[in-house]
Design a binder for this molecule. Structure first.
Ligand code: NAP
Length: 284
């Protein structure tokens, strides 16, 4: 078994971003800027936002935190997005999801300028990913691809199974594997025989949200196993969708949780913000 170390790969991505940001900030007299909007007091979301601010400082970006009360109205949030769209110091805008139930998430995402949409959730960016002509990729699937590349694994011609079909992970993940010529199967809660679909895969990506759903008997000998899941086990410990202890001896490559996909998601957000900044100054 080869462990794919997400912390190491993420550190390298952030290091490259920091180098570029330092050089370009000197050239243009302004740092890349990321605005993060948090509505309400969900503790997990608050941690994610704090981490994003920390990552910005680490790579030499400006960060703008907008922490709003749970009582914020749709009109107030739309007005903030409009203001950030027009702000020249802000190159990337991220609205931490989920939003409180009374707010219309889709309307907010659609209001973000696609050029500043560093999550790549705007329909324009989603469509561009579909046709393979994009500036940004959603951070988690992009991070997974980076991990696969870092291990020197070629996707071309391989059987790839993605478990999960969410708009933010599963669907774009399948699309990225397809772009690299994988033969892709997408599984979900209505899939008839999940074990059979998994057992066939040379590359297995689990993005479900069910602790230790994937066991050794579901994995092909030597397969690449990427675990996107972030769950709590019976002892409250962070764990993935893959039963790491049983699968690790069967897999050719495997990502751990924590220390696998999670750090990559954070690093790719920094990379996307740098891309948005470069594009604002007309460079690729
Ligand atoms: P989601 O929107 O809840 O989607 C879960 C998907 O899993 C759905 O497509 C669902 O099928 C499918 N599913 C549920 N139970 C299943 C089962 N028993 N067998 C097969 N498929 C099943 O979740 P998400 O946002 O994509 O996130 C998935 C996991 O990744 C979560 O644990 C989340 O915390 C984690 N995550 C991690 C990162 C990171 O940076 N590491 C980033 C994002 C998400 P249906 O469509 O049929 O309901």
């Amino acid at each position: 078994m080869n462990l794919i170390n997400g912390k190491e790969v993420a550190a390298k991505v952030k290091n490259d971003v920091r180098g570029d940001a330092e050089y370009l900030s000197d050239c243009f007299g302004v740092k890349p800027g990321l605005a993060v909007i948090l509505v309400g007091d969900d503790p997990a979301s608050a941690v994610y936002v704090k981490n994003k601010t920390k990552d910005c400082a680490e790579v030499g970006f400006e960060s703008f935190e907008h922490i709003l009360p749970a009582s914020t109205t749709q009109e107030e949030l739309m007005a903030l997005v409009k203001q950030l769209n027009a702000d020249k110091k802000v190159h990337g805008i991220l609205c931490q999801l989920p939003l409180p139930k009374h707010l219309n998430e889709r309307e907010i995402i659609n209001a973000i300028d696609p050029k500043k949409d560093v999550d790549a959730f705007h329909p324009e960016n989603v469509g561009r990913i579909m046709i393979g002509d994009y500036d940004f990729l959603p951070c988690t699937p992009a991070g997974v691809m980076e991990l696969i590349h870092s291990a020197g694994i070629s996707v071309s011609g391989k059987k790839c199974t993605v478990i999960g079909r969410s708009n933010i992970v599963g669907k774009p993940m399948a699309m990225l594997l397809l772009h690299e010529n994988g033969t892709v199967t997408v599984c979900h809660s209505k899939t008839r025989n999940l074990a059979e679909e998994c057992k066939d895969a040379d590359i297995l990506v689990a993005a479900v949200g069910r602790a230790k759903l994937i066991t050794a008997d579901m994995v092909k000998e030597g397969a690449v196993v990427i675990d996107v899941g972030m769950n709590r086990d019976e002892n409250g410990k962070l764990c993935g969708d893959v039963d790491f202890e049983s699968v690790k001896d069967k897999a050719g490559f495997i990502t751990p949780v924590p220390g696998g996909v999670g750090p990559m998601t954070r690093a790719m957000l920094m990379k996307n913000t740098l891309t948005a900044y470069k594009k604002a100054f007309g460079i690729r």
